[in-house]
Design a protein around this ligand. Structure first.
Ligand code: URA
Length: 237
């Protein structure tokens, strides 16, 4: 391929939304199956053009659209609450479903429980912007009732896609729904926490939900233990 042809090819890729090109083998490995290999037969290896995590997350968000897949769109939700934070985060938090404030702002964990989550993140010397935060369910259930199984089933594939794009090293599952959905178990959170699970290439740590901590402040001690474990796993890997 001549230089002119290569330049034209790269212009075309950019128009398709490809944001970067790298010959670095480490980058190639991380990009995995989300890459295209336009020159796989090159003697010095393929040029890999990874879609960035930003593009890939934007594609997931676009697929959700103004979702009407489950009944929650008829039950008073204002908007879809997708996820927030660093698309390349090593640490991801997964909660249950947006509450009232999240439904208004379109951002997960911005109400009282969210403010406590921010403090928990800061307790391990990280900033909220360093991590990625999402929920199993993207729409607020009426009166903040528990998500129903058909709603979880409909919505969870989008969470799985978010996780697969971000590829965090550690996932903290907040409360019963986050933990039970990801781990496909009905074990209570009290039995799940304190353990490390392998999950889609990440270490998954279940812990109590910040809303539970607001009602049961004495359980902050266990959450602190869990967060110390998170910090250790992040520095080890
Ligand atoms: N509780 C959750 O599980 N998620 C939010 O976004 C807010 C409160």
């Amino acid at each position: 391929m001549s230089n002119d042809q290569l330049a034209e090819h790269l212009r075309f890729a950019r128009e398709l939304g490809v944001a970067g090109v790298s010959r670095d083998p480490a980058w190639r490995e991380r990009a995995g199956d989300r890459s295209v290999h336009p020159q796989a037969d090159r003697p010095d290896g393929p040029i890999t053009i990874p879609l960035t995590q930003v593009d890939a997350l934007a594609a997931v968000r676009a697929d959700i659209g103004d979702c009407t897949r489950c009944k929650l769109h008829t039950l008073g939700r204002t908007q879809v609450v997708f996820g927030v934070g660093n698309p390349n985060a090593d640490l991801m938090f997964v909660g249950e479903a947006p509450g009232g404030e999240e439904d208004i702002q379109g951002i997960p964990f911005v109400g009282r429980a969210g403010q406590l989550l921010t403090k928990i993140i800061e307790a391990i010397e990280m900033k909220r912007e360093d991590v990625y935060i999402a929920n199993v369910i993207k729409c607020r259930p009426p009166q903040n009732r528990n998500p129903e199984s058909d709603e979880v089933e409909t919505c969870e594939p989008f969470l799985f896609r978010q996780i697969d794009v971000i590829q965090p090293k550690v996932i903290v599952a907040l409360g019963k729904f986050g933990a039970q959905t990801l781990l496909r178990t009905l074990e209570p959170i009290s039995r799940l926490r304190g353990r490390i699970f392998e999950y889609r290439g990440a270490k998954l740590i279940p812990t109590f939900h910040p809303a539970y901590l607001l009602r049961n402040p004495s359980s902050k001690r266990e959450v602190w233990d869990d967060m110390k474990l998170v910090r250790k796993l992040l520095t080890e890997s």
